[in-house]
Design a protein around this ligand. Sequence first.
Ligand code: PAF
Length: 290
Amino acid sequence: LREGKDKTIKTISSVAEMQARADRIRQSAKRIVLVPTMGFLHEGHLALIRSGRSLGDVLVVSIFVNPTQFGPGEDLEKYPRNMERDFALAAQESVDIVFSPDAGDLYGQGFETFVALQRLPMHLCGLSRPNHFRGVATVVAKLFNVVQPHVAVFGEKDFQQLQVVRRMVKDLNFSIAIIGHPTVREPDGLAMSSRNCYLSSPQRRSAVSLYLALQGAQQQVEKGIRKASELISSAEELIRSYADTDIDYVAVCDPETLEGVDTIHRPVLMALAVRVGKTRLIDNMILTPR
Ligand code: PAF
């Protein structure tokens, strides 16, 4: 047990212990809120945690770098980790329980059951990260079964992930309210991400291009531009004008289905993924015509 700002934080690493604790909390008619994370907490996570505080009685933050959502050659091994710091931050935010399972405990021997969506992963990040959303949906379903939350909070920066989770919850009848939280940004607009720590100073300067491209698209839409292809070309041009950037995709799509949209008559999602040096960054914005 560690002392937080105004209460004691419990850290649990055993899956069985977390499940038993969740059973007891539910029996006492208390509402459980889960904020799932992969750790290396930053202000974006802390905003999710703070919003989660008011949504129930027992606030659980899970910290688990989920191997099944990383592809071969991705950054699983070097994904940033700092458990001590994460525990201290969670304690400061009055988190009740930090759940940090081992991969071997969460994915027991002989594991072979995955949750895979059919359509949502066929767009945006799913195209260059095959199996990523299968890994995300699977681990989120497992965390839901272990932590048994009434409410779970996810960041809108990972917009496709949020839609995948919402769809899974509907399709598999989880009785859990999914709350999306707006993206938290650095003062220059860069979306907060644990991966930002990989960026060198010149790369950090280039990383702002994602946000500037989105902001530029919103301004164009407000001026009356309605063709998605025009918005995409301008965004790509802006991003390419920054050093060391390599565009994976810039897309304009329906915010629910993530299907591409050609003409903008209603709010659409602009989503993008850009490699800055070796670091793959994503961001998105809802573009709303006047
Ligand atoms: O967004 C993340 O940090 C992860 O994808 C999540 C939701 C914790 C699942 O591993």
